[in-house]
Ligand binder design. Sequence first.
Ligand code: 16G
Ligand code: MG
Length: 548
Amino acid sequence: MSDILAEAVKGAAAHPRPEGIQFAYGTAGFRDKSTILDPVLYRMGLLAALRSKAKKATVAVMITASHNPEPDNGVKLVDPMGEMLEESWEEHATDLANAKDEDIGSALQRIIDAVDIDISLPSDVFVARDTRPSGPPLTQALLDGLKVMGSTFTDFGILTTPQLHYLVRCHNSKGAYGEPTEEGYYKKLAQAFLKLRKDAGAKKKYEPVVIIDGANGVGALKTRKLQSHLHESLRITVCNDGSSGKLNEKCGADFVKVQQKPPAGLEIQPGQRCVSFDGDADRVVFFYVNKDGVFNLLDGDKISTLIAGYLGELVSASGLQLNIGVVQTAYANGSSTRYLEDVMKVPVSCAKTGVKHLHHKALEFDVGVYFEANGHGTVLFSDQAEQKIKAASQDDSLESSKREAATRLTLMMDLINQTVGDAISDFLVVETILSTRDWAAEDWNMQYRDLPSRLLKIKVKDRTAVQTTDAERCATAPAGLQEAINKLVAKYQQGRSFVRPSGTEDVVRVFAEADTQANADMLAHEVSVQVYQLAGGVGDQPQPPCAP
Ligand code: 16G
Ligand code: MG
């Protein structure tokens, strides 16, 4: 065994792996109670060094559990251009995390052989964490792993997840994507935002005033930093900034989306535009309460429709031949899909849940807008699209209106964090479009009306008993489940329902939508009963929803 691997085994003594726990690198990396993650972080230090050697580039490691409660934490690896870790490495990560302390050397050797890594190459890793109190000791465990591998690293301390993705891309692209510093991130976004606002005329409906629910996390801190770069263009009040409340407790994008109500800690006037970030600021949803006190959510579907509509207009105005498409998951509200396809005439693809699946599909378009309904999303511009847009913005022979549209597109490209969904960047993109359209939140919401929906979760003995195909819209196992769902769906006006095993919790999720809330609730319930009966439900059979 090489010296480095022997050192890695020795180092494990300070980060012993508890017996009887199986870790799995899921769609969002490892996530668990922070108290048991120390050995996982050490091992991910080892793995990140290998990944860097394999890619001959700097990679990154983010320590966060996103929207989970504060006692949880997690870790995920980021590839050199800011993408999620390549899927084939998820297995390596899982193997290494589960290796006994004394077997770490052979687990590393297996990866080295499988990928054919030259272990003598240098490695370099960027590291950041969210605001969880468990972050510093877990960072230390990660750095221990990096040190035994002889890797260089930069610990950026507290950052949002998308900021770290941005930094590693800037670094590896030698500055082509932006300046590889946190300040550089604010400057890039703010410059694009201010230029896009420069010639905005007087507004009747759009007000540059917004309240941000920072989920008591890193998004609040970083928005404050951004604010000084925006000058007076936008009046932002940051609430839930972590000064008193707990991370993600009764607040944040996940709470607002799931509970369909405003977070605690905000005083909202009717019509006031509000924004919720999640705990690591890679998700965003908007909402407002109308004059009758009714809560209205503007989720990832509304955001993608808004963005695709605006970018589509700019592309046509520029005269460029670029295809725009939207990528959603099965959770997307049926009204949004119909609006995009039938009214906006934009092609829509459906991907499996999980950012990497959407990201991958979005690469099929020149301009690919992808969003999960939960508010995670961004826009990808192909290299060719980027070149065409930049060339058009500098082409003096073009009509000025075409050139101007292309210039606005270049600014939108700068404003959008193309590496991953970014709450801060997406928020600025939405503000730009609302301002350009002179829309209040209510005008935006009126583009289409969401169908009522319901999401339930069912506990079963083994959630892998449920298998799906067609981007999770059709269940292939257990036998008879899809047929049962089809029969139930047919009873309801505008009914739609699907089931899938969760990737992050030990449950099966059931989604249903229909013409009324009562029908959506009933359809979700009836499908849950089928899951319970056919897929080995545990505990009591699901009870029907109470009459309103
Ligand atoms: C993870 C995914 C998120 C997805 C969620 C679904 C990433 C970075 N995150 O948090 O996109 O919506 O899982 O959770 O891919 P579920 O499988 O438990 O429903
Ligand atoms: Mg998140």
